[in-house]
Structure formats: structure tokens, C-alpha cells
Design a protein around this ligand. Structure first.
Ligand code: G3P
Ligand code: MG
Length: 234
């Protein structure tokens, strides 16, 4: 069972910040999940397009320039990171799930990954690109068939994981509130990995272990590892 730090070690540190990602690495998370929006073509790491919940700003990210957004406090003096900063931080240390939130994120992501491959030697096989917006995923697959896609759902579809097969996805990402054994069995029969969000309660972790899921998105990676009694990979 893979432990994916949801927005970093966000149960203990400000979500989607370099601090939360550093602590996810220190807690030996197998992977980190983060959320991105595009502002003037630059990908920034933040979950909501409104600023008030996670920063000392107000209004929408789209009302500000990148420079203005980077003045804000995202908690404990942290700044809203760019995706570029995060790629540099985690490169080679764990795999990364980039969840596309903003509607205009596909083209900037593809451009940034090209730059990361050329300038950092970044291995894009360490990435999993996910979104609730399946149109974005289809657009990415057309341009970069080699990239792994994670098909997100917050429901239990009538035809289970069929949408993920349509997307040629690597994995299906399910809500802990709706996933059941039938969904897992259907996904596995399709050759898909199954990752579940957001899982912090020991009873959920044990239930999902029984279903045979491949990984869980956790706000407290070290604690979840303790429940699983799982040793770090390295
Ligand atoms: O990617 C899994 C999970 O992060 C999806 O929901 O709202 O936490 O981004 P959310
Ligand atoms: Mg997310």
C-alpha cells in the first residue's frame, strides 16, 4: 500500500507549501499529491482559487499577478509555491501526483514538463497527472501519451471504472466515502491501480487494505504508515 502525502504532510503543516512537502519527504511518504492552478501561464500550487482559506489574501487568484500572489502568507510564513519549485525540491526523492484544478492548466503543464526534462533532467515517469476534469486529461494524453494519468472521481459510477479505461489512465482515484469492493474489483480487472482519498482514520485504512487498494492519500503520512505497520521503502 503506497502512502501519498495529500497536499504534503498537510495535517501538521500548511497545505501545498514547500514546508509540507519537505515534511512529507522526511516522513518517508512514497509520493506527494498537490493541486495546481495557472496564473498568467505559470502553474502555482494551491487547492482553492479563492485565497482566504489557505492564505492571508482575499478574493480570487485570478485578480492578482504572480508576483503579488507570492507576497502572501500561506501559513507559517510559507509562500504559495510554483510547480517548478516543487519539481526541483522533490526530484528523484519520491513520485509526484499533480492534480490539475484550473481549467487552463494542460498547456502550461506540458510546457513546464518539457522545460523540466531539458533543464533538470526530470524523469516524467515519476509523475502521475490527475484531475476531476477529464477533458484536461484527454488533452494531455493526446500530446504526451507517455505520461501516466490518474482519473479522479467523487462518485461510484454505474459502470465503475469504465471512464478511466476510456482515458487510457494508469490509475483511478476514488473518494473514500463511496469506494467499495465492486469498484476495486472492476478497476483491477481493467489493469488499473486504485488510489483513495482522503484517508486518515484507522478503520478506513484497514477497510481499504481489505479491498486491496494500491495507495491512500493521507494528511498524516507518518501516522498512516504506523497504522499499516509499513516500513519506509528506503
Ligand atoms: O487527488 C486526490 C484529492 O486531492 C482530490 O480531492 O479536493 O483534496 O483535491 P481534493
Ligand atoms: Mg487534490
Amino acid at each position: 500500500m503506497q502512502i501519498i502525502a495529500h497536499r504534503g504532510a498537510s495535517g501538521e503543516f500548511p497545505e501545498n507549501t514547500l514546508l509540507a512537502f519537505e515534511h512529507a519527504l522526511a516522513q518517508s511518504a512514497d509520493a506527494i499529491e498537490l493541486d495546481v492552478f495557472a496564473v498568467a501561464g505559470e502553474l502555482i500550487v494551491i487547492h482553492d482559487h479563492h485565497l482566504a482559506r489557505t492564505t492571508n489574501g482575499t478574493g480570487s487568484i485570478y485578480q492578482y499577478s504572480l508576483a503579488q500572489l507570492q507576497q502572501l502568507d500561506a501559513g507559517q510564513g510559507q509562500r504559495i509555491p510554483t510547480l517548478w519549485q516543487v519539481l526541483k525540491l522533490i526530484q528523484g526523492k519520491c513520485w509526484l501526483n499533480i492534480e490539475l484544478k484550473g481549467p487552463d492548466t494542460a498547456a502550461p503543464l506540458l510546457a513546464l514538463l518539457n522545460k523540466a526534462e531539458q533543464q533538470l533532467g526530470f524523469d516524467c515517469q515519476q509523475l502521475l497527472i490527475s484531475s476531476f476534469n477529464h477533458h484536461l486529461l484527454a488533452a494531455i494524453k493526446l500530446k504526451r501519451p507517455d505520461l501516466k494519468l490518474g482519473a479522479l472521481t467523487a462518485s461510484l459510477p454505474l459502470d465503475y471504472a469504465a471512464f478511466a479505461t476510456m482515458l487510457q489512465a494508469y490509475s483511478v482515484h476514488c473518494d473514500v466515502s463511496f469506494i467499495n469492493q465492486a469498484m476495486v474489483d472492476d478497476a483491477k480487472a481493467r489493469g488499473l491501480k486504485v488510489f483513495v482519498y482522503t484517508v486518515d482514520e484507522p478503520d478506513d485504512i484497514k477497510r481499504l487494505t481489505g479491498y486491496g487498494v494500491d495507495g491512500i492519500f493521507c494528511n498524516f503520512p507518518a501516522r498512516s504508515r504506523g497504522v499499516l505497520n509499513k516500513k519506509p521503502a528506503i
